[in-house]
Design a protein around this ligand. Structure first.
Ligand code: ADP
Ligand code: MG
Length: 238
C-alpha cells in the first residue's frame, strides 16, 4: 500500500524554485532515504511532508487523502531534527511527554507511552535527568523518544546524526535500524552521508538541485546508476 505520495510537488521561495516537480511513492513500513548535496532541497521536501512549509504546487497524499492543507499535528507524522531542541529546564520524562500534554492526552496514557518509549530506547535510568546531564547520543535518543510517544504513522528524520562524533554515529545508525524493525514504522530519513544511506535504506532517493535524479534500492543505485552524478554520490564505478 502506498502510504505517502508526492505528485508534481514544487516549492518556490519568492521567484526561486528550489523543488522542481517531485513525484514519489512511499509504502507502509518502508525506510526511504533522501540523499544529495547541501542545498539540493532535502530539508525543504521533508518540511513540506511534515506540513511545516507550504507546497507551492502539486499534491501530497497520506493514505490516499490529500493533505496539502492539513494541519501538521493532524498528519500522523512526527519529525526528528538535527538539533535536538530539547527543553533545557525539563527532565527527560517531561521532554518526552510535553507534546502529548499539550495535545490534552490524559496523564496515565502519557506515562504509559513515555515508559514504553524509554524502554525501547533504553532511557529508563535517565528519565529524571535534565538534557545538560546527558551525552549527545542520549539527547538524540530523547529526541527520537519525543517522536515515538506520539505514535505517528510516519517518522521524518532530518540529518539526526550529523552532530554526533563518528563512533556514536555508527552506534545510533544501528539503533535506528533496530527501531525501524521494532516499530514497523514508515521512515523518511535525510542525510548527506552515503554510508548511512546505503546501510539504512530500503529505497534511496537521490536529489540534485530540487530534482529527483534516481530512485532505487541501494543495490540498484550501486549496480546501475542513472548518471555520473548518482554514480559519484553513491560511490560506484561508472
Ligand atoms: P538541503 O536540506 O538539501 O541542504 P534545503 O532544503 O535546506 O537543502 O534548501 C534548498 C534550497 O532552498 C537552498 O538553496 C536554500 O538556500 C533554499 N531555502 C531553504 N529555505 C529557504 C527559505 N526559508 N527562504 C529562501 N530560500 C530557502
Ligand atoms: Mg537540510
Amino acid at each position: 500500500m502506498s502510504e505517502l505520495q508526492l505528485t508534481g510537488v514544487r516549492k518556490a521561495y519568492g521567484g526561486l524554485e528550489v523543488i522542481k516537480g517531485v513525484d514519489l511513492d512511499i509504502k507502509t513500513g518502508e525506510f526511504v532515504v533522501f540523499v544529495g548535496p547541501s542545498g539540493c532541497g532535502k530539508s525543504t521536501l521533508l518540511r513540506m511532508i511534515a506540513g511545516l512549509e507550504d507546497i507551492t504546487s502539486g499534491d501530497l497524499t497520506i493514505d490516499d487523502i490529500l493533505v496539502n492543507d492539513v494541519d501538521p499535528s493532524k498528519r500522523g507524522i512526527a519529525m526528528v531534527f538535527q538539533s535536538y531542541a530539547l527543553y533545557p529546564h525539563m527532565t527527560v520524562r517531561e521532554n518526552m511527554g510535553f507534546a502529548l500534554r499539550f495535545a490534552g492526552v490524559p496523564r496515565p496514557e502519557i506515562e504509559k507511552r513515555v515508559k514504553e518509549a524509554a524502554n525501547i530506547l533504553e532511557l529508563e535510568p535517565l528519565l529524571d535527568r535534565k538534557p545538560k546531564q546527558l551525552s549527545g547520543g542520549q539527547r538524540q535518543r530523547v529526541a527520537i523518544g519525543r517522536a515515538i510517544v506520539r505514535h505517528p504513522k510516519i517518522f521524518l528524520f532530518d540529518e539526526p546524526l550529523s552532530n554526533l562524533d563518528a563512533e556514536l554515529r555508527v552506534h545510533m545508525r544501528i539503533e535506528i535500524a533496530r527501531l525501524h524493525k521494532q516499530l514497523a514504522a514508515t521512515i523518511v530519513y535525510v542525510t548527506h552521508d552515503q554510508v548511512e544511506a546505503m546501510t539504512l535504506a530500503d529505497k534511496i532517493v537521490v536529489l540534485r538541485s530540487g530534482v529527483v535524479e534516481q530512485v532505487g534500492s541501494p543495490l540498484e543505485l550501486y549496480d546501475d546508476p542513472a548518471n555520473l552524478f548518482v554514480a559519484g554520490f553513491i560511490g560506484s564505478p561508472k
